[in-house]
Design a protein around this ligand. Structure first.
Ligand SMILES: NC(=O)c1ccc[n+]([C@@H]2O[C@H](COP(=O)([O-])OP(=O)(O)OC[C@H]3O[C@@H](n4cnc5c(N)ncnc54)[C@H](O)[C@@H]3O)[C@@H](O)[C@H]2O)c1
Length: 255
């Protein structure tokens, strides 16, 4: 189990799904955690139950990011981990997508992730002992094999993958011990998939049946991979992608 004691983390989208599982996992591994979400009631409840702090924040409010980071550094004196997890789907194909759908999806999924990395790096550079930290961005297998019915989601998640590489390369070349990696979840039992199930009954079972493991991921399984990337166990791992998809991307579509 990674040891995160003494580390300070921020997790966005902590009210549900992978974010809630991540807050719980990082706390149980010893980190102090600030969770954020636009869903104040559920976010506060998740955090309160495990003695994490909660602040309401819309990740696309880029101007507020430095203040969010300051909430962690002022309380605990440093920032070691940022998990850019908040994300939304939009369910519109290239023929249906509007400028409003496109902008909202990109504002949350990619602009919010960029602003989080930017604000976190500024704080991590000021950590006692020198620049250090771990940035973890959440993409999707939809960024590797596209969804015909959600052009904004899968393309924004594709942008997250390359954003991670650029941030990682910049930090490495600048001599900062700040790593940046991507987690690529496959179909996971969370709010996003439950919403889609309501619109398309039977979807979850159909998706699970296409998985080589014949089931969806539990969010705790994704959180375990996030905790590893957040830890000091992998100091040479940066600019990388870790798939947590039950071999979905590994299997030939015909088999
Ligand atoms: N569930 C899956 O199958 C799956 C697969 C691949 C990738 N992902 C990614 O995992 C991440 C977590 O999603 P999840 O599956 O846990 O879904 P979820 O809906 O359970 O959780 C998403 C959380 O993000 C919050 N959120 C939404 N917009 C926000 C905003 N503007 N600012 C702050 N918080 C906001 C929501 O309130 C919610 O609590 C997302 O980035 C998603 O794209 C999920």
């Amino acid at each position: 189990m990674p040891d995160l004691s003494g580390k300070v983390a921020i997790v966005t989208g902590c009210a549900s799904g992978i974010g809630a599982a991540t807050v719980r996992r990082l706390r149980s591994d010893g980190a102090d955690v600030l969770g954020t979400d636009i869903n104040e009631a559920d976010g506060a409840a998740v955090c309160q139950a495990i003695r994490a702090r909660f602040v309401r924040h819309n990740v696309s409010d880029t101007a507020a990011w430095p203040e969010i980071v300051a909430q962690a550094t002022q309380r605990w004196g440093r920032l070691d981990i940022l998990v850019n997890n908040a994300g939304v789907v939009s369910q519109a194909s290239i023929e249906d997508v509007t400028d409003e759908i496109w902008d909202r999806t990109y504002d949350i999924n990619i602009k919010g992730t960029m602003a989080g990395c930017r604000a976190a790096i500024a704080a991590m550079k000021a950590n006692p002992g020198g620049a250090s930290g771990a940035l973890i961005n959440i993409a999707s297998t939809s960024a590797m094999a596209a969804l015909p019915g959600d052009v904004a989601y899968c393309s924004s998640k594709g942008a997250v993958r390359v954003l991670t590489q650029s941030v990682a390369a910049h930090c490495a070349k600048a001599g900062y011990a700040i790593r940046c990696n991507t987690i690529v979840p496959g179909a996971t039992e969370t709010g996003i998939l439950n919403d889609a199930e309501e619109a398309m009954p039977g979807l979850k079972a159909a998706v699970a049946a296409t998985s080589p493991m014949n089931r969806l991921a539990d969010p705790a399984e994704t959180a375990a991979a996030i905790a590893f990337l957040a830890s000091d166990e992998c100091p040479y791992m940066t600019g990388a992608e870790m798939l947590v998809d039950g071999a979905m991307m590994a299997v030939h579509p015909g088999f």
